[in-house]
Ligand binder design. Structure first.
Ligand SMILES: Cc1ncc(COP(=O)(O)O)c(C=O)c1O
Length: 391
């Protein structure tokens, strides 16, 4: 029997129509559209997704083990390659232990939620996060049902005021941020974060999705080899500079053991596939040999930033391989994206809610597969856009 006359399809359709009115409606883009000669939209920062060593390792694992991992790690899915890779990651990061996940979203959404579980800690917790953290970390806070307060981006004085207030109230404090912010390309003040974490007895959770592979000691991320506070997790993904998919957390053995027992995204999810696991292992071995590629990427990014600023355009506080051209208005970001496409250049327009309102941008990701000629074509296209007074 019909319960009521709620029209599901009309409701969701009307929502999308509302987005379209604000130039915020998204459609899936064509993969490598015809006419694109240079792609600045990819997170394959080192071009490893097509590297022969990774492909060979994946092929071998397919032949030896098969396509699927057949179950959760706690059931049939645990293969020696998973544990070997975890040992390799712990060594690269300089932590006691590490744990693998099938995606970065899954890791963030479920690891942080497991840590916040009041049934385990017995204390009220508050998350103090940077304003610009990834959606997956918001997901964790919502799921855990804890108080979540955002401090101004990279503003350590603001964070400290919040720490004073909430530790005085006896709450357990989790500080959450990223080492490199994926839409702005700037770096968190890691020394101050460490110091504040220790001083206020907080937990520090940092996401290295955009640093892993491309920054830090041997490319293993900005937290590799640092001395960490006792309550600490470095999370990172294999989906960007490592050229694969999946994610890790690097942490103490006690936290790893806890998560193996309590983290829903680990316990109730099929283990990463053998082929991807093997490819990640090959990539981690390769990373130390790719320093000159990393250096060149950073030089191209610096050159691009100087050019953008010389045109009177904004690229915010970026200091890494991620260089946004911040134009403010969503329609204008789409217009710049279309202009670049007419020159054979692909770069992503990023609009709210991915970035705060009024900060829509075209995000340029410099990769080792780019040449100086590619960067020069981009700078010329930006100059033309400004000259034709679209800016
Ligand atoms: C900062 C950050 N964390 C986590 C993720 C999610 O990682 P994944 O794509 O592996 O799910 C992303 C990117 O998508 C990201 O930019």
């Amino acid at each position: 029997m019909k319960q009521n006359d709620f029209d599901f399809n009309a409701t969701y359709r009307a929502y999308c129509e509302g987005l379209a009115e604000q130039t915020l409606y998204r459609v899936l883009p064509e993969h490598r559209p015809a006419g694109v000669e240079i792609d600045f939209s990819s997170n394959d920062y080192l071009g490893l997704s097509r590297h022969p060593a990774l492909i060979a390792a994946a092929h071998k694992a397919l032949d030896d083990i098969g396509v699927g991992s057949t179950g959760s790690r706690l059931l049939s899915g645990n293969v020696p390659a998973h544990e070997a890779l975890e040992a390799q990651i712990a060594q690269c990061k300089g932590t006691e232990a590490a744990l693998l996940f099938c995606s970065g979203y899954q890791a963030n959404a479920t690891v942080l939620a497991a840590l916040l579980d009041k049934r385990v800690t017995g204390r009220d917790a508050v998350v103090l996060s940077d304003r610009l953290i990834h959606a997956s970390l918001h997901h964790a806070c919502r799921y855990a049902g804890v108080e979540h307060i955002r401090f101004t981006h990279n503003d350590m004085a603001h964070l400290e005021r919040l720490l004073q207030e909430h530790t005085a109230a006896g709450k357990l404090v989790f500080i959450v941020g990223e080492t490199v912010y994926g839409m702005d390309g700037d770096v968190a003040p890691l020394d101050t974060l460490d110091e504040l974490t220790q001083r206020y007895g907080a937990f520090l959770y940092l996401d290295e999705a955009h640093a892993t592979g491309i920054l830090g000691r041997d490319g293993y991320g900005l937290l590799a080899g640092r001395k960490h506070p006792p309550g600490f997790i470095a999370m990172g993904t294999f989906s960007k500079a490592v050229g694969c998919s999946g994610a890790y957390i690097a942490c103490s053995q006690a936290i790893r053991n806890y998560l193996v027992n309590r983290c829903t995204g680990f316990v109730y999810s099929t283990a990463p596939s053998p082929a991807v696991t093997a490819a990640i292992g090959a990539a981690l071995q390769l990373l130390p040999s790719l320093q000159s590629e990393r250096d060149r990427v950073m030089q191209m990014a610096e050159h691009l930033r100087s050019h953008i600023r010389s045109l009177g355009l904004e690229c915010g506080p970026s200091t890494t391989h991620i260089v946004p051209v911040i134009v403010g208005d969503a329609a204008k970001a789409m217009e710049l994206k279309r202009h670049l496409l007419t020159r054979g250049i692909l770069a992503s327009a990023v609009r709210p809610p991915t970035v705060p309102r009024g900060t829509a941008r075209v995000r340029v990701a410099l990769c080792a597969t780019h040449t100086w000629d590619d960067v020069n074509r981009l700078t010329r296209a930006l100059s033309d856009w400004v000259e034709t007074s679209h800016a």
